[in-house]
Write a protein that binds this ligand. Sequence first.
Ligand SMILES: O=C[C@H](O)COP(=O)(O)O
Length: 322
Amino acid sequence: MLDALDEARIREIAASPASLRQFLHGLPGVDQVGAEARAATLGTRSIKTTAKAEAIDLAIRMIDLTTLEGQDTPGKVRALCAKARRPDPSDASVPQVAAICVYPDLVTVARDALAGSGIHVASVATGFPSGRTSLAVKLADTRDAVDAGADEVDMVIDRGAFLTGRYTDVLAEIVAVREACVRSDGTRAHLKVILETGELATYDNVRRASWLAMLAGADFIKTSTGKVSPAATPPVTMIMLEAVRDFRDATGRQVGVKPAGGIRTTKDAIKNIVLVNEVAGEDWLSPEWFRLGASSLLNDLLMQRQKLRTGRYAGADYFTLD
Ligand SMILES: O=C[C@H](O)COP(=O)(O)O
């Protein structure tokens, strides 16, 4: 249990490289074997059929339906938006997804296609996925996405700076990007901070990067870009859920979690929902506080949903492509 952190104490921690390093390295170390065992145990919990039906619908509502390919086109994004609005055209009881996640140049297309639906437009920015551009370019990329109508910005941290211990540089960049999310009317696009945990080498680093992002003002912490493996593994998601839980205990501020990358099956999605419930608690069990970043999970959820209702599977070609 950490001491309470108020705004003044957070400013003090962030004020110098030495104090920030002392804070992050003073966090309790992660017991690697214990964390992997606990995440594996939680992942094998079975749930009842009724709970499974509810979990599938909750998972659909939590999806950030994603396309982040060089070959993306306005047509593909429009088709994905149609799927986001009405995942199964033959069944109006299927809920909508939380958001569509696209590159900045396709935000306008997604915004127009989703108008009036309540589905958010999320955009990656800051030189996604590597983040290897100047801060000026990262900020311009962010402003482009926000000006085009992004409700949410998914930024990447500078992993090179993090891994060489330049924590204040990482923090300052997150603070600057958060500032670039402010719209002309004073409202702000939500900021998801991608840690790219597959490049952080240790669970201790995952815990430190989670805290660093939250101290800098992240609205969400996100595991991965989906371009690096391993991505959203259960132990990593568990450590991030512990971090948001402990951060809220210490500051009173709730931060969301978004595992992304490699989440493809209903089983994966349900494992994540069990982790949320067991580790962070039910306050996080909604799309406001937990998202599943996924490009090809929705069809499996739709197939399992139909199987639960009718007792049989529709063929994979019954649903439109993810
Ligand atoms: O942000 C979301 C990820 O890019 C999705 O990764 P995925 O294609 O492995 O589902």
